[in-house]
Design a protein around this ligand. Structure first.
Ligand code: TYD
Length: 224
């Protein structure tokens, strides 16, 4: 969607962060945004689902434990409705203004969670993706890989701590998170140059440094 690893080309890069709940991607996306801002690079820091007023309303609907009973297809359609808003109201305008786009989750989350996790046919996810994204993909996807049991423990602890009612996914079984992880790893195996798998059980600082190494190809002079 952006310039690819070729600085000086027209579009600033679009980088997405993926991984299981509680993998630490939200911390890393913020650290990277701070780093780029310090280098005077303009950044749009986005998240899915959410960001736009409609996207945030859809987020509440999707994540509240009161939405039990949402069918897998309805869930997928709601994620893509939020994504369509995000794409047209945030991602495309930000890139047009010359900003790097850092997105906390994007379309790979739908393939991993609704496809591999919920068992929806991947061709349905792909058809919707073509309709909404028209074949656009992030230039780089950072997949922060952690053990499903750690994911579940961290996500439940966070929900307790923040008091947010975003617990619908945390109520899922360990098997669900194992399928999602497997899905993410299969996506990475199919597209190894776009999707980079990072070990999420290392220190925050270690992971940040690894990420700086990976995004350096997009920086002027290629050095972080
Ligand atoms: P997120 O806010 O990234 O949660 P966390 O910070 O815990 O990682 O995502 C919220 C939830 O939405 C998360 O459980 C994953 C799920 N999700 C999908 O199932 N499909 C999607 O397409 C997206 C974007 C998220």
């Amino acid at each position: 969607m952006g310039s690819g690893p070729n600085p000086g080309f027209s579009m600033p890069p679009f980088v997405s962060f993926e991984g299981l709940d509680g993998c630490g991607k939200t911390t890393q996306v913020r650290l990277l945004a701070d780093y780029l801002t310090r280098r005077d690079i303009q950044v749009a820091l986005l998240r899915e689902p959410g960001g736009t007023p409609v996207g945030e309303a859809i987020r509440t609907l999707l994540l509240t434990s009161r939405s039990r009973g949402l069918s897998p297809l309805s869930e997928l359609l709601l994620y893509y409705a939020a994504r369509n808003q995000n794409l047209h109201h945030q991602i495309i305008p930000a890139q047009a203004e010359g900003k790097w786009v850092l997105c906390d989750r994007f379309a790979d989350a739908s393939a991993a969670y609704q496809g591999y996790g919920r068992g929806l046919d991947l061709s349905v996810v792909e058809a919707l993706d073509r309709m909404v994204n028209g074949g656009r993909k992030p230039d780089l996807t950072l997949l922060i890989d952690i053990e499903p049991s750690l994911s579940l423990a961290r996500a439940r602890e966070r929900n307790r701590r923040t008091g947010l009612d975003e617990g619908r996914f945390e109520a899922e079984s360990l098997d669900f998170f194992r399928r999602v992880r497997e899905g993410y790893l299969q996506i990475a195996a199919r597209e190894p140059s776009r999707v980079r798998v990072l070990n999420g059980s290392q220190t925050i600082e270690g992971l940040h440094r690894e990420i700086l190494g990976l995004i350096s190809t997009f920086l002027p002079g290629g050095q972080a």
